[in-house]
Design a binder for this molecule. Structure first.
Ligand code: ATP
Ligand code: MG
Length: 359
């Protein structure tokens, strides 16, 4: 059997981002070794807020281009308490996602074994959603501006951009994903009662695209009502598609409902595979726990499983998730965000042991 080698760019970033990516690389090494079917050629990049403080740039001007030759990007988190969040977001994350056209942000949510959802009526295995977030335009298009600084007539505008092409491609992606899942259910989220241009176009295009997916059952929800449905009737949902802003908010709620933001993964996909996709935990750099060795690495492990799946290494992805679930099932291996006393190292070692124990 030929041993495939994948080129992986690892960008730990800031705070616990570095800690969880380091832990993840340990696990990936063992997995590749164990599996034998593939190898990973990892290049580490120091792109971060630290680099910005030293050089004035989060990454080199041609950073996104440097990433083009990789098969996938593993990303930690970016941000530091003393640098404004909008600088870090636009300086690194979006500076990668946008040029590489990673327009589909996919965020699975599931209550893993051994983890307690804050929703008392939800058990492990239930609450099985995938949120698809439009990742290239909408409210985060970066359009708008400020004028008359400091004067009473100071104005600031944030202009949302919705294009037919942008909506259609994310809608098609979401319907296809819904179709591939057992329940074939899709909920299209908007705020089309109040936002009467872009959001109405979303509803319209959803209905158009639905014609090509007659086996998918779909419905529409307003984003405010959606938060209620997610908490009160979680089992009624499966695949969800929403705009950049709405899905950003809903997926934080989803992460919390699955037990902790420390277990929630995400993939920034270029579904056509013209450019590499980027895989990261949902959580940020979390400076309150940085350096304490207690960051939960589970989100990043799950993220790595999504990466392997995307690379076509499905058996390895499944093996990794089995190992992760075997570990979450044991409360002695829960980090403090899950109410336990375990460390990043303990969780990582346990996943490695579980992987080694298999076969
Ligand atoms: P950002 O500004 O990028 O969102 P942040 O520092 O605000 O980053 P969040 O990801 O929003 O961090 O997380 C909020 C809090 O949740 C953190 O301050 C931390 O206490 C906790 N947290 C986040 N991720 C983890 C993790 N992997 N393990 C344990 N606790 C976490
Ligand atoms: Mg935060």
């Amino acid at each position: 059997m030929t041993r495939k080698t994948y080129k992986i760019a690892a960008i730990g970033g800031d705070g616990i981002g570095v800690e969880v990516v380091d832990a993840c690389l340990v696990v990936l090494d063992v997995l590749a070794d164990r599996d034998g079917g593939f190898a990973l050629n990892v290049t580490n990049f120091d792109w971060s807020t630290d680099r910005y403080k030293r050089t004035g740039e989060f990454m080199p001007a041609d950073g996104a281009d440097q990433l083009r030759s990789f098969d996938a990007i593993l990303f930690g988190a970016v941000g530091a308490p003393d640098v404004p969040d909008h600088l870090t977001l636009w300086g690194l994350r979006l500076a990668i996602c946008q040029p590489l056209d990673q327009y589909a942000n996919v965020r699975p949510t599931r209550v893993l074994p051994g983890i307690q959802s804050p929703l008392r009526h939800v058990n492990a295995g239930e609450l099985d959603w995938v949120i698809v977030r439009e990742n290239s335009e909408g409210e985060y298009a970066g359009q708008g501006g400020r004028s008359h600084p400091g004067l009473p007539l100071e104005v600031a505008t944030d202009v949302s951009i919705f294009t037919r092409a942008g909506i259609e491609r994310i809608m098609r992606f979401a319907f296809k994903l819904a179709q591939s899942r057992p329940r074939k259910l899709l909920t299209v989220v908007t705020k089309s009662n109040a936002q009467r241009h872009g959001m109405v176009l979303w509803d319209q295009i959803a209905a158009e695209v639905a014609q090509d997916f007659t086996d998918v059952t779909w419905d529409k929800m307003l984003v405010d009502a959606m938060t209620v449905r997610m908490t009160m009737k979680p089992a009624s949902l499966d695949t969800i598609v929403a705009t950049n802003l709405h899905a950003d908010i809903l997926s934080d709620l989803a992460a919390a409902l699955s037990g902790s933001i420390g277990v929630a993964p995400t993939a920034n996909l270029n579904p056509e595979r013209d450019t590499p996709s980027m895989f990261e935990p949902i959580h940020g750099s979390a400076f309150d726990i940085t350096g304490k060795g207690v960051a939960n690495p589970v989100a990043t492990f799950w993220t790595a499983a999504m990466m392997l799946e995307h690379l076509g290494e499905t058996p390895a992805a499944e093996r990794l998730m089995q190992a992760v679930e075997a570990v979450t099932a044991d409360p002695a291996l829960h980090t403090p965000d899950l109410g336990g006393n375990a460390t990043t190292r303990m969780v990582t070692d346990a996943v490695v042991e579980s992987l080694r124990g298999r076969n």
